[in-house]
Design a protein around this ligand. Structure first.
Ligand code: ADP
Ligand code: ZN
Ligand code: ZN
Length: 738
């Protein structure tokens, strides 16, 4: 029964899977005045069962459904002022509702780890380096045989102090730092970095007509919310437009949030931002330590930094003076969190821009169909940059028919010949393969047995270097077997092509040229990607082999040939977004060729050169191709012309998983005529890590009935006993339809 209380009721988001806030009384030690000073967005330590947890105060009310006597008191208020401005408090609340996710967990995802455990926002400081007393006394040119060490000494002499990122941005490795530290010439300390005032853009190129028009149009409505799509082909100068927009925003005292895909931030890009805006730029990504992240978070919150370049979770960073939000490569699926709180950072960015009344710019050479439809309908402003800036031409793209061709580790003789020609002209070559590892499967030549994961519906990938079989879906790994586990034969064949295999073959075939592999395995160690990029950027002939990691954002000046080893698997994808993805990947990877004044070419190996999708992409280009995909989606009322939610269930028992979803469907279907339901069906990967996986798809042309349906399903799933032995999740606007 609701009742009025004299003491206010604190509604707190606690870190649990609960789908609502919990009510608490203010800490008993708090005076009346202190209680009246409480504001949403402050952290608060509260009891939760036997534990004490850090929650967020989201509302202060005067009544509760819980009886007064049963309500527990909060223990301690952790912040004197709200941790986040009210727009962000609202944004997180909105996102939890929109994605139907427990509000406490949404808050967890939005805050850096150290804040979640109760640390003060300014407690991290930053690890900085400076010259030691000996270092200061060092005569100039004292280290003639260690140019990198000398460079760092020089830098520190001029700047006084540097954080690790700035040192890395100056192309100086941690090894060099360690050497100087051991010599006692430099030392670490914790402090606050000077986030210097941006220097004027001295060496920015004169914008071309398209860039100028986009810039004018975007700035003409600043401040105030508007969403812009900057659709510019690879190398058309989108980044240059961002830099100008940032410059103008900083000039009027605003801050800028720049979102980039998971692995899109190359040292080159960071360099470019730092070069323009100096130490006013901070970064925020998963490679940083908790301390570094809190420090970046706090410098944006206090306004001591002006620009942050962050990956997905950067969208939650507070800004003291929000001025502009940029989402680079907005089509990239790494913006969508694929587990837990399944939010899409681009969509959150747009909502945030609305709440903060600032413009948001989405940039891409290959916009997502969602964004494109908004541009076509006029909801977003559309700016096109159809030519490459700085005079570079688009590469010549052609298919290479590999039917009947002899393939060696995926390479046709013709492609190999072209590779040799490019190398002999001192150019670089980039080869794209969609599989890491050595070979996607291991097959018995005598009986046909295939090595599969015991826990997943997946084949094991051969990793030759450490002689292991690995599952790419779970953690399972086992030494390479010597014989078939079915018939005992020793005739085991590695089938198919992964990055390692092509690397091995090319090392043999082209022995005197470096072969560099870029995939999750080769770049697992911190700094390894930087090393590879350094070699490429030195410009000497080399062959780069890699997965999608290579397709994103890189600017390789001397790459003249891009080879796509196998376009076929993308042509027959069952996923709703299969064609869109394939087209984006092909265009992005092609965009790495011929980025300067040397002409580039792209060769796509395929068994289906006349495939209509491939043909239409190559002949019409992405903008046309994407628009015809849009027309198709409209015809069948698929997203973005309808809205989708997927409910997934998984269980060690296949029946349980399926029944759970069947139940949901039968219990709520009759009331939901506006919602189209499909399933339960087995997921594309029908078993993972020992769990059978099923999904139920809900679709509607209107958002409201869809969200009602999801609420109804959640009510069924959260009822007592409904989901014994079964895990489930809700995915709104799913990126994978299965
Ligand atoms: P995108 O972000 O679209 O891939 P960039 O902004 O990185 O494109 O530009 C590609 C290359 O062209 C860069 O080397 C950049 O310095 C150069 N560039 C960009 N705009 C201009 C311009 N207006 N004039 C000359 N060069 C330019
Ligand atoms: Zn066998
Ligand atoms: Zn597995």
């Amino acid at each position: 029964m609701a009742q009025t209380l004299t003491r206010p009721v604190l509604s707190v988001a606690v870190p649990t899977p609960l789908r609502r806030c919990l009510d608490y009384l203010p800490p008993s030690s708090l005076s009346i005045e202190a209680v009246s000073g409480l504001l949403p967005g402050m952290r608060i330590r509260v009891p939760l069962g036997p534990r004490r947890v850090v929650g967020i105060l989201v509302a202060i009310g005067d009544h509760s459904e819980v009886e007064h006597e049963k309500m527990r008191a909060a223990e301690e208020i952790l912040d004197e002022t709200p941790l986040l401005p009210h727009t962000l408090v609202n944004l997180i609340g909105w996102a939890a509702r929109y994605y139907h996710h427990p509000v406490g967990e949404a808050w967890q995802a939005a805050l850096p780890q150290l804040l979640r455990v109760g640390r003060a926002p300014d407690s991290a400081g930053t690890l900085l380096w400076r010259l030691s007393r000996d270092g200061l006394g060092l005569p100039s040119r004292a280290l003639p045989r260690a140019p990198k060490q000398a460079k760092l000494i020089d830098l520190l002499r001029h700047q006084g102090q540097l954080d690790r990122e700035s040192i890395a941005a100056a192309d100086i490795s941690t090894a060099v730092m360690r050497q100087l530290e051991q010599k006692g010439l430099i030392e670490k300390f914790t402090g606050n970095p000077h986030h210097a005032v941006p220097s004027p853009a001295i060496d920015s190129p004169k914008l071309n007509e398209g860039q100028q028009a986009a810039l004018l149009s975007i700035t003409s409505v600043m401040p105030g919310y508007q969403c812009h799509l900057l659709e510019g082909i690879t190398g058309s100068g989108k980044t240059e437009v961002y830099l100008r927009l940032i410059e103008q925003t900083l000039n009027v005292g605003g801050q800028v949030l720049v979102l980039i895909p998971e692995i899109g931030l190359t040292p080159q890009t960071l360099d470019r931002f730092r070069h323009r805006f100096g130490a006013a730029v901070v970064t925020y990504n998963s490679e940083m330590s908790d301390r570094e992240r809190l420090s970046a978070w706090n410098s944006m919150r206090t306004g001591s930094a002006s620009v942050v370049i962050g990956t997905r979770s950067g969208v939650w960073l507070p800004m003291a003076k929000p001025g502009l939000i940029i989402v680079d490569e907005e089509h990239d699926i790494s913006y969508k969190q694929q587990d837990g709180f399944r939010y899409h950072a681009r969509d959150i960015a747009i909502k945030r821009a609305q709440l903060e009344s600032v413009p948001v710019v989405l940039g891409s050479a290959t916009p997502s169909l969602e964004t494109l439809s908004n541009a076509v309908s006029g909801r977003f402003h559309h700016h096109a940059l159809p030519v490459r800036a700085g005079g570079a031409a688009l590469p010549d793209v052609r298919t290479m028919d590999v039917r009947k061709a002899e393939l060696e580790s995926g390479l046709s003789g013709d492609l190999l010949e072209q590779i040799n020609i490019e190398l002999s002209q001192n150019r670089q070559v980039l080869l794209f393969i969609n599989r890491r590892g050595y070979a996607p499967s291991l097959l018995c030549h005598d009986c046909g047995w295939i090595a599969s994961c015991h826990a997943c519906d997946a084949r094991l990938t051969v990793h030759a270097r450490d002689r292991h079989l690995r599952c790419h879906q779970c953690e399972f790994s086992t030494p390479l077997p010597g014989h078939c586990s079915q018939c005992g034969s020793r005739q085991l064949l590695a089938m198919g092509v992964g990055t390692q295999r092509t690397e091995e073959t090319l090392r043999k075939l082209v022995p005197n040229v470096p072969v560099l592999r870029v995939d999750r395995d080769s770049t697992a160690r911190r700094g390894s990607m930087e090393n590879i990029l350094r070699t490429v950027n030195a410009g000497e002939p080399c062959i780069l082999i890699g997965t999608q990691m290579l397709a994103k954002g890189h600017h390789f000046a001397n790459v003249s040939l891009v080879g796509v080893l196998d376009a076929d698997h993308g042509l027959f994808s069952a996923d709703l977004r299969g064609s869109e993805r394939m087209a984006q990947l092909l265009v992005q990877v092609s965009g790495r060729a011929g980025r300067t004044n040397i002409p580039g070419q792209v060769i796509i190996q395929t068994h289906y050169p006349e495939h209509p999708m491939l043909q239409s992409l190559l002949q019409q280009g992405y903008p046309e191709f994407a628009r015809s995909l849009l027309a198709e989606r409209q015809l069948v009322e698929m997203p973005p012309y309808s809205h989708m939610a997927i409910i997934r269930a998984e269980s060690p028992s296949s029946r349980t998983a399926e029944e759970t979803l069947r139940n949901c469907r039968s219990q709520c279907e009759t009331n939901l005529s506006m919602v189209n339901m499909l399933g339960p069906l087995p997921s594309t990967l029908s078993r993972r890590a020992g769990h059978f996986r099923f999904f139920l798809m809900l679709r509607s042309t209107d958002r409201a009935p869809l969200h009602q349906a999801v609420d109804a399903v959640i009510a069924i799933l959260t009822a007592k006993g409904a989901t014994r032995n079964c895990r489930w999740s809700v995915d709104i606007d799913p990126m994978e339809s299965g």
